[in-house]
Design a protein around this ligand. Structure first.
Ligand SMILES: Nc1ncnc2c1ncn2[C@@H]1O[C@H](COP(=O)(O)OP(=O)(O)O)[C@@H](O)[C@H]1O
Length: 993
């Protein structure tokens, strides 16, 4: 609309009388169109402002009506302003380019002559009755109005320009404000971080103060109390004051920080107001667009503009305020940085002060010692972290094992309940079955052998044959026979033939746990239906009266040694129901006539001879065992001998199982010694066979057994893991790791018949978990026997039964004696040592306490006395450095003596601390400690004493719980059985292939 508006500005030549031919109106229109187009040129507001300034007032003939009549300037003069050519094209004079403003105003300018011609023509053509003067005055009025309108329009345009430029400025300010807002945010964040740092700094200062006061006290201890006036004290006081000032500063800083957050809020309010302004500004723009349609709206627009400018002014004011406030935080931050610098300086000066105040070497050393201690502590912390981690792993492993055992036990109990239900089946049922089998035999439907096996099953009231009979009732005769015959296939192998070759067997030839394992495991396997035999050396020092039906066989077995054959006398007899063979070598060295089991200079020869003779016995007897199980280094030779010599001779029915009960003893010897028993040194002294991992001119029987056996075991899962590490493996960890597929840890059990307080004939009064009275009587009996004070029944009795060797933590056992006394208990030790200096040390302690009413040391091996001690004691300590399995903790628990143990090896798998929340309550059975030092042991002992004294009822429950735990060989024997069976099955599968 506005673009089409056209204003005619009449020049001074309007009064000119010289008539001119009137150009047709049509010729005028193009010029008008041109001026319209020109108006649309897109000039920037800046340019427009400049143009407006340059346009002289004379070019705006607003008072033309008055001036034009008096001013008779020439036509040329008039037309020089703006002209329209005769062809209708507007021309711009070169000498006054500023007249461009007319284009801005959509002005088409006519010369006065043209105007009067136009008028005269119009008048003439239309035969107008209107007088010329009236017309002229009308035109003048119209011109006047047009000019006024133009004036208003120019003004409006100016205003518009102003608003636009203000808008731009406003936008720039808004941008500025936003940037500053972001800056403030960042500063506030930094300030918050700094606040945290300040708090940290405060704590460090506090620590520093403490350390200073500690050092002062140390100095006081060594050099007397420091003078208050001493420079150190003065400086310390100064430092304290400065620290206080610093604290004040920090508080002020905190307040200022709070101010900052207020400012932040204020700024965010401003932000909101700003966006509101933006919105109103947009609204204004919209209104302005409308205003262009109607110039009359310009006034209101101006008002709004004014309001806007007021608001902008307000905004500016607010912004200035905000900026002022924002300037504060930067000041605060500056202050804070200064403060921080001060703190740093302070710390540095304190360190310096420390250095300078304690120049003496002693304090320097003290610092070093402190640092060393810190290092040691850190190292220990790391170690204990590692240990905790491995303990967790071990514990998880034992839990897995426990679940496995539980499943097995469940299966077994199911089997037993099934068996007991079979017992109730009427005899008629079994008789009927027997008749059916006999009938099939007579009818020649089954062989006599099958009939024998089936009859055997009936006799044993076997569940399988019972089930088969029930399942076959609906079948025809032929199908029935087939079903029953199927049963005989699996019956054709009635258990395994297992032979243990060992250097010990409880109770006749026992030094330690090995003896217990051989008899305990042997008996358990026998109970499981396997044929178990044992081969032992015939020691002169054995407990012969514990062997039933010992007799020499009328046979001589010759075996090879040192290039010749030696005769061996063979004895047999039973020990606790197990068939045992004894080998008595007729060798001039009288290998087993030494009055002791081990510790002879020629042990390597003694036991390599025995290993070879044992295999020779089996070979010559024509036995075809499924498993030959050898134990420890003494019989480890069996494995390479079997595969290198006997398998080649056709004696190859067996799989070899080797159990290492303690990797500390490996029987390492010069390689040449291996030749004595017939082994090929050259062939075996190789890194992948028997060569010792650390001495290449030596052979290692344990390594040989690991390499040559089909199954390798050790005596607890935790120990199995420990020996796979550098620290625990005693040089064999790599060998064990490479044999990991055949290497397992099976926790030993105990012989629950031999160790049973309710049947034990060695103890004064038998007792059980349900009746603990007998335990108190045994305690009393032992006190009397050992002449210990019996005055206080509830005085706890601590016991220890052990070989006194470094492995058992002898220094901690010694500590436990004194700690027990300090804690108000009594202590009994039963043990002896093969290590001379340890034996001597304990002898002197024993002498010291010879007639003490609370301590007794019995430095001997005494099986009978050990039973009485287990029964009498309340607590049992085992502070071992390492412990492959340990049996004493299990025996102690069976007798109601609560174990206090170090968590290592088998102790870790069988004793769970009463305070260990990670273990279910029903398995918590003792007191444990990890760190192998006096502090660790003391701590566990103190907890045990507190528990005993403070909660006698809970203690009794703990005792009862311990006594009811199942440490029998049952589950361990099942694990061995599985290992054997799997190995045998693999061997058979390989033979078939
Ligand atoms: N001096 C001793 N008198 C009687 N029995 C002992 C003596 N020392 C140890 N024992 C018995 O020896 C066995 C020790 O087995 P264990 O705990 O596995 O330790 P290790 O086999 O390392 O000696 C237990 O049956 C314990 O009662």
């Amino acid at each position: 609309m506005a673009s089409e508006a056209c204003f005619l500005v009449l020049g001074r030549g309007l009064s000119c009388t010289k008539p001119r031919a009137r150009p047709p109106i049509a010729r005028l229109r193009p010029s008008l169109r041109v001026s319209g187009k020109m108006r649309n040129r897109n000039l920037s507001s800046q340019q427009k402002r400049q143009q407006a300034k340059r346009v002289p007032s004379r070019q705006f003939p607003l008072n033309m009506d008055t001036q034009s009549h008096n001013n008779d300037s020439s036509e040329a003069q008039e037309s020089s302003v703006v002209g329209i050519s005769r062809s209708g094209q507007k021309t711009i004079s070169s000498d006054d380019a500023d007249s461009d403003i007319n284009r801005e105003m959509n002005v088409a300018v006519l010369t006065p002559e043209e105007t009067s011609i136009l008028i005269e023509n119009d008048v003439r053509q239309e035969h107008s009755s209107i007088r010329l003067e009236d017309l002229i005055s009308m035109i003048r009025n119209a011109e006047k109005n047009i000019l006024l309108l133009n004036q208003a329009r120019i003004h409006a345009l100016k205003e518009l320009d102003k608003i636009l430029s203000e808008k731009e400025a406003l936008q720039a300010e808004i941008n500025n404000l936003e940037m500053k807002l972001a800056e403030t945010d960042a500063r506030i964040k930094v300030a918050a971080q700094e606040k945290i740092n300040v708090e940290l700094l405060e704590r460090q200062l506090e620590k520093l103060k403490n350390e200073m006061s500690l050092r002062n006290s140390v100095k006081e201890g060594k050099h007397g109390i420091l003078d208050c006036e001493s420079p150190l004290m003065l400086e310390l006081n100064d430092l304290r004051k400065e620290n206080e000032l610093l604290n004040d500063d920090i508080q002020t800083l905190k307040l200022k920080l709070a101010d900052i957050s207020e400012t932040e809020e204020h700024v965010s309010l401003l932000g909101k107001e700003q966006s509101a302004l933006k919105a109103s500004f947009r609204e204004l723009q919209y209104q302005f667009a409308n205003a262009q349609d109607d110039v009359s709206k310009l006034d209101s627009l101006q008002c709004e503009c004014k309001a806007l400018s007021i608001k902008v002014e307000n905004l500016q004011e607010l912004f200035d305020n905000a900026r002022q406030k924002l300037d504060h935080p930067s000041l605060d931050l500056q202050q804070y940085h200064e403060l921080q610098k001060k703190v740093d300086k302070l710390e540095a000066s304190m360190t310096e002060t420390n250095m300078s105040k304690f120049p003496s070497e002693k304090f320097h050393n003290y610092d070093e010692i402190l640092q060393q201690k810190i290092d040691i502590l850190e190292k220990r912390l790391q170690e204990s972290d590692l240990e905790i981690h491995s303990q967790i792993e071990m514990f998880q492993e034992s839990v897995r094992e426990f679940h496995h055992t539980l499943t097995k036990l469940k299966e077994e109990s199911e089997k037993r309940s099934q068996e007991s239900s079979l017992e109730n089946i009427p005899r008629e049922f079994w008789s009927r079955l027997l008749l059916i089998i006999d009938g099939w035999l007579l009818e020649k439907k089954i062989s006599p052998n099958d009939a024998k096996l089936l009859r055997e099953m009936i006799r044993k009231k076997d569940a399988q044959i019972h089930d088969a009979f029930l399942a076959s009732r609906s079948k025809n005769e032929h199908e029935k026979v087939a079903m029953f015959l199927k049963l005989t296939y699996s019956r054709k192998s009635p258990g395994l033939h297992i032979i243990h070759i060992a250097a010990e067997m409880a109770p006749v030839a026992k030094v330690g746990g090995l003896g217990d394992v051989v008899s305990g495991l042997g008996k358990a396997l026998q109970r499981k239906g396997h044929l178990v035999e044992i081969i032992l050396p015939k020691y002169d020092c054995m407990e012969y009266d514990l062997i039933t039906d010992l007799k020499a066989l009328d046979v001589v077995v010759e075996s090879y040694f040192d290039g010749q054959m030696f005769k061996n006398k063979i004895w047999n007899g039973t020990i606790e129901g197990l068939p045992v063979y004894f080998i008595e070598p007729h060798h001039p060295a009288k290998f087993f006539w030494r009055g002791k089991y081990y510790g002879e200079h020629d042990d390597f020869k003694r036991f390599s001879f025995f290993s070879r003779a044992a295999l020779e016995l089996l070979y010559q007897a024509g036995k075809k065992p499924d498993i030959i199980h050898c134990h420890d280094w003494q019989t480890a030779f069996v494995a390479p001998l079997y595969w290198d010599i006997y398998a080649a001779k056709g004696f190859n029915s067996a799989r070899i199982c080797f159990t290492c009960h303690n990797f500390e003893y490996q029987g390492t010897a010069p390689a040449s010694e291996l030749a004595s028993c017939g082994l090929n040194v050259h062939h075996l002294n190789r890194p992948d066979r028997m060569q010792d991992n650390s001495a290449h001119d030596k052979v290692n029987p344990v390594k040989g057994a690991i390499v040559f056996s089909n199954i390798v075991t050790t005596v607890s899962p935790t120990y199995a893991q420990e020996v796979c590490t550098i620290e625990g493996g005693r040089g064999l960890h790599e060998t064990l790791k490479s044999s990991s597929k055949k290497f397992v840890g099976v926790l030993n059990g105990i012989d629950t018949d031999a160790w049973n307080p309710s049947t034990d004939n060695y103890i004064r009064v038998q007792y059980s978990a349900d009746d603990l009275q007998g335990k108190a009587e045994n305690k009393d009996a032992l006190r009397k026997l050992l002449k210990l004070s019996s005055s206080k029944v509830t005085q706890p009795l601590v016991a220890c039964i052990t070989r006194l060797v470094p492995q058992k933590g002898v220094h901690l056992i010694r500590h436990a004696i004194y700690r027990t006394l300090e804690l108000g208990g009594q202590f009994v030790l039963l043990g002896s040592s093969p290590v001379a200096h340890i034996q001597q040390e304990f002898e002197s302690i024993a002498n010291h306490f010879q007639s003490h009413s609370h301590v007794r040391l019995l430095l001997k091996y005494d099986d009978a006395l050990s039973h009485l001690i287990y029964a009498a004691s309340d607590m049992f300590i085992i502070p071992s450095m390492f412990e492959p399995c340990g049996l004493t903790q299990m025996i102690a628990m069976r007798y109601g003596s609560v174990p206090i143990v170090r968590k290592t090896g088998g102790l870790n798998d069988s004793v769970f601390d009463v305070d260990d929340n990670t273990v279910p309550v029903q398995y918590r059975n003792g007191f444990t400690f990890i760190t192998p030092n006096e502090q660790g042991l003391s701590n566990a002992m103190e907890r045990a004493f507190q528990y005993y004294i403070r909660s006698p009822e809970s203690w009794q429950q703990l005792v009862q719980r311990d006594m009811r735990l199942d440490f029998s060989w049952n589950s361990s024997a099942t694990q061995y059985e599985e290992l054997y069976e799997r190995s045998v099955a693999r061997a058979r599968a390989m033979t078939r292939v």
